[in-house]
Design a protein around this ligand. Structure first.
Ligand code: G
Ligand code: G
Ligand code: MN
Ligand code: NA
Length: 246
């Protein structure tokens, strides 16, 4: 039987879990937050990452249910989250634009006793495919509740600067492709520097993602990134492991 066919049962059995990947301050290096990432802990295939998981969900007709389920799970797992730690949650454009998203999400936050100010929603640029004005209105409602908004995977794909003008944002999350070459390549570093300075003008924090080497870490810190995340710091952890670092 196909993996996609197993997914619905796997969800009910609790095989799909949340991992938290730590984020560290550019200034000083302490842990400042973590990103919730979905993982299917499959009994025979091992760990299945989010990208494959969401592809399987689409095949299984769970394209809408799955992201919603994962968000609910992540928020529930973050119950009694330390108030020194930010929590980053991925939200698909479709989720954001769905009817009633803001009300449902804010009541889940309240049930988990999470301060909205600790929470960052990461949204991706596929937003372009939807209704940008509606997205902007939704994001404003969320932001009015104190929730922070980050544009995820920035620098990959089309990198539409119109978003920076039209969406209410608090942070840019640089795609891994933006930091990969910065330690070896002058041009890559120049692009990073320009983006960070653009972010500063727009009063946005910059989070560097996919940091794998000490050279990359030193470069993003030197350029003034607010925080960084990547295998150099930690892989995604189960909640208990994360709390031991906090
Ligand atoms: O962890 P991994 O590299 O497999 O994640 C792939 C992508 O899937 C990430 O970019 C992330 O934005 C997205 N993702 C991971 N977990 C979730 C989730 O629970 N909900 C949503 N909507 N996206 C997620
Ligand atoms: O939301 P987003 O697409 O940015 O999710 C980040 C994804 O990148 C996660 O699935 C995570 O497993 C993965 N990831 C996190 N740190 C690193 C890293 O240092 N290198 C690589 N290649 N992938 C990473
Ligand atoms: Mn993300
Ligand atoms: Na990203």
């Amino acid at each position: 039987i196909e993996l996609a066919d197993e997914l619905e049962l796997a969800l009910r059995l609790g095989q799909v879990e949340i991992r938290f990947q730590p984020q560290f301050a550019g200034d000083g290096g302490r842990m400042v937050g973590a990103e919730a990432l979905a993982r299917w802990i499959h009994p025979s295939c091992g760990e299945i990452g989010a990208r494959e998981l969401f592809d399987l969900a689409a095949k299984a007709g769970l394209a809408e249910d799955m992201p919603r389920h994962m968000l609910t799970l992540a928020v529930a797992e973050a119950k009694n989250w330390p108030d020194t730690l930010r929590l980053s949650l991925n939200v698909t454009p479709k989720q954001l634009l769905a009817e009633g998203f803001v009300a449902r999400f804010s009541s889940e936050l309240a049930a988990s006793m999470l301060d909205p100010k600790q929470v960052t929603l990461e949204i991706t640029e596929e937003l372009l495919l939807g209704d940008l004005d509606l997205a902007a209105r939704r994001l404003k409602q969320l932001r009015d509740l104190g929730i922070r908004i980050a544009l995820d995977d920035f620098g990959a794909g089309f990198c539409n600067f119109d978003y920076l003008k039209r969406l209410p944002l608090d942070a840019l999350k640089l795609d891994r492709s933006m930091v990969q070459g910065i330690a070896e390549n002058e041009r890559d570093l120049a692009v990073l520097r320009a983006i960070v300075s653009l972010a500063r003008v727009l009063d946005l924090d910059v989070v560097a993602e996919g940091i794998e080497t000490e050279e990359q870490r030193l470069a993003v810190v030197a350029e003034g990134c607010f925080s960084w995340q990547g295998f150099l710091g930690s892989e995604p952890l189960v909640r208990e492991e994360l709390m031991q670092l906090a």
